[in-house]
Ligand binder design. Structure first.
Ligand code: GLU
Length: 397
């Protein structure tokens, strides 16, 4: 076998694989509706694009400091102060090529072989492989629909062993849309401090929370908890900047320095032009976020009402992000032309072939009873997609 054991231990990102499949079906002339990848369908706001053009025209096209330009670090520090009442120094923040890259660097800088990382399921698809690639062991802890997929202190405590180094939290959650409240985070923080473990708080969907609910970062619970927390965030979702690849981390300076070392030996700095655009995004007008949020909210309400109207399907109302995670297990054991749909993968394959609708199977997020819908697509398309799904499910026996 030519490829390394490390590569054999992981699979390609299923969200990106499904996106690639939908794109190639479209290129082949198939009219496919994609609820697959999580990517805002809005343009990057004009003032951000203008700043990128200016940076390019002014020749800001060379290497920058590996961990990001000081101007961007200051904009990130100011964002944390303004939005989260958290204060960081420049050497406690760094910029990487998207949130996923931040997580990769962090795992490489923090974890040793044999360390355990507690990951509540449903989880975002890249958490376990990022941990595995660092030689550590993901410890998956299930949550249930009835608790809105939130990790309880009891389950966390049961999962912790002397090898536990880190917990990964994600609020609002991809794929469930669950949002932790301040008191829930306080309770989890007590366990974190009791066992002296670290926590990654993935806050990528911080700005996409509905019904005027407040956002709370676990780092806000206390200075002590903040000192054990790495906040991970990025610009992809908040400013519709997925392709620009700008993510950032804040936390213990020793680990930030380690992450910078890894980055210096792998990608070097994130794209110089995208960094300038990121400064404009963080320091500039924030009203585009509200416009996106209103559109997502309308879609959320429509999608939820349609999903819960399908026989056998139930779905919690997501509090944030732009995903719905309905339970479709009612359709397992249904038959189509002699073959049986056994799990979320079979169901998604059936819906892709029969209805030309792309979805991500729940198993990719660690729970096979569900499928993920990304509703970062217009209402008309959502309506057509749901009509098709209902039609295809109606053919099952
Ligand atoms: N985070 C998005 C998703 O879950 C983008 C794709 C990815 O990197 O996984 O669909």
């Amino acid at each position: 076998m030519l490829v390394s054991q490390r590569i054999r231990a992981i699979k390609p990102s299923p969200t990106l694989a499904i996106n690639a499949k939908a794109v190639s079906m479209r290129q082949a002339g198939v009219d496919v509706i994609s609820f697959g990848v999580g990517e805002p369908d809005f343009d990057t706001p004009k003032h951000i694009r203008d700043e990128a053009v200016r940076a390019m025209e002014e020749g800001f096209t060379r290497y920058t400091a590996v961990s990001g330009i000081p101007e961007l670090k200051d904009a990130i520090i100011e964002k944390f102060r303004r939005d989260n009442n958290l204060s960081y120094e420049r050497d406690e923040v760094m910029v990487s090529c998207g949130g996923k890259h931040v997580l990769y660097n962090l795992a490489q800088a923090l974890l040793n072989p044999g360390d355990e990382v507690v990951i509540p399921a449903p989880y975002w698809v890249s958490y376990p492989p990022v941990v595995t690639l660092a030689g550590a062991d993901p410890v998956i802890v299930g949550t249930v629909e009835a608790d809105d997929f939130k990790l309880s202190t009891e389950s966390l405590e049961t999962a912790i062993t002397p090898r536990t180094k880190l917990l990964i939290l994600n609020s609002p959650s991809n794929p469930t849309g669950s949002v932790y409240t301040e008191s829930e985070l306080e309770a989890l923080a007590e366990v974190i401090l009791k066992y002296d473990i670290w926590v990654v708080s993935d806050e990528m969907y911080e700005k996409l929370i509905f019904d005027d609910r407040p956002f709370c970062s676990i780092a806000q619970v206390s200075e002590e908890v903040k000192s054990k927390t790495f906040v991970v965030n990025g610009l992809s979702k908040t400013y519709a900047m997925t392709g620009w690849r700008i993510g950032y981390a804040a936390g213990a300076r020793e680990i930030i320095a380690g992450m910078t070392k890894i980055q210096s030996q792998s990608t070097s700095n994130p794209n110089s032009i995208a960094q300038k655009a990121a400064v404009a995004a963080l320091n500039g007008p924030q009203d585009s976020i509200q416009a996106m949020l209103r559109a997502f909210d309308q879609r959320r309400i429509y999608l939820l009402q349609r999903l819960n109207a399908i026989t056998g399907v139930r779905c919690n109302l997501p509090g944030g992000a732009f995903y719905a995670f309905p339970n479709f297990s009612y359709y397992f054991n249904a038959k189509t032309e002699g073959t049986t749909i056994k799990n979320s993968t079979d169901l998604c394959e059936y819906l892709l072939t029969e209805a030309r609708v792309a979805l991500v199977p729940g198993i990719a997020f660690g729970d096979d009873n569900f499928v993920r819908f990304s509703y970062a697509t217009d209402l008309e398309t959502i309506k057509e997609g749901l009509d098709r799904i209902e039609g295809a499910l109606g053919k099952l026996v």
